[in-house]
Design a protein around this ligand. Sequence first.
Ligand SMILES: *[C@@H]1O[C@H](CO)[C@@H](O)[C@H](O)[C@H]1NC(C)=O
Ligand SMILES: *[C@@H]1O[C@H](CO)[C@@H](O)[C@H](O)[C@H]1NC(C)=O
Ligand SMILES: *[C@@H]1O[C@H](CO)[C@@H](O)[C@H](O)[C@H]1NC(C)=O
Length: 308
Amino acid sequence: MERPSPCGSWLVGCLFTIAVFQPPVQVLGDAGKVYIAPLRDTANLPCPLFLWPNMVLSEMRWYRPGHLPRTQAVHVFRDGQDRDEDLMPEYKGRTALVRDAHKESYILQISNVRLEDRGLYQCQVWVGNSSREDNVTLQVAVLGSDPYIHVKGYDAGWIELLCQSVGWFPKPWTEWRDTTGRALLSLSEVHSLDENGLFRTAVSSRIRDNALGNVSCTIHNEALGQEKTTAMIIGAPERGSLSSPAVALSVVLPVLGLLILLGIWLICKQKKSKEKLLYEQAMEKIFWKTTPKKKEDSTKPSRNSGVN
Ligand SMILES: *[C@@H]1O[C@H](CO)[C@@H](O)[C@H](O)[C@H]1NC(C)=O
Ligand SMILES: *[C@@H]1O[C@H](CO)[C@@H](O)[C@H](O)[C@H]1NC(C)=O
Ligand SMILES: *[C@@H]1O[C@H](CO)[C@@H](O)[C@H](O)[C@H]1NC(C)=O
């Protein structure tokens, strides 16, 4: 953008152009450099346009490209003062402009960073009547909930585990470790965005059922350089004094006991039905012995009479 500059010296314009076109540290196309701020913390967005020491900044405006109305700014600094006009209401009272340490440029500070603050920011600098603009990106990083490990199932000697957590940004990565601290293979990974634009994660793995000790699940937020870990103790009792034969015995003995009881019960049942059978046979013998003698006793149970 150029405005006619009747009294503006070409030298200033030229210096400005040179200064402004010094490449920023890292250029990533339209998005510019990416800056990360933790949620509810303060974001520092350096304007990637540099100023020579003797250049007088007449105006600096920060915009959110793509946010309407286009005329509203995140921050306006003009003639040495911050201005209140044309500000986006959601940024009012949350921004400040500070000179960076080397005084080559300015840093926009946004306090109490919210999730909606993430995205593209455009810094527009006016020196005299010429302006330049460039973009930077703000990313808001959030550490999610403590991982929650739960046993999903058991399959042929393997314990299947699921590690879940919510509220992460950007997308975290999850790592399972076995009882010896070695990384375990993840069987499935599901990441989805919740209604707040934060990631939930569910990563499954499995471990042999004879492994004793801690299995852990760690979720990393690379943007923050922070992580959260939860461990689950598999198998061994707290005091760790039981050897695996003892553990095996503690499982086998109750089962054995049950089997013995079941056996006794079966034997008793069989004996009873045998007795009953003998009794019935005996009764039948009596019956057959007695029937030839006609019209005699009626002591026999009627169901054994054979005649209805
Ligand atoms: C910029 O332009 C305006 C008119 O548009 C003029 O009044 C002013 O003096 C100019 N300033 C510079 C530094 O060139
Ligand atoms: C900044 O981003 C806007 C919107 O995407 C784009 O139109 C503009 O060209 C970008 N500016 C620079 C200097 O990359
Ligand atoms: C297992 O994890 C618990 C709690 O996370 C910890 O207190 C304990 O020291 C760990 N044990 C081993 C052997 O790593």
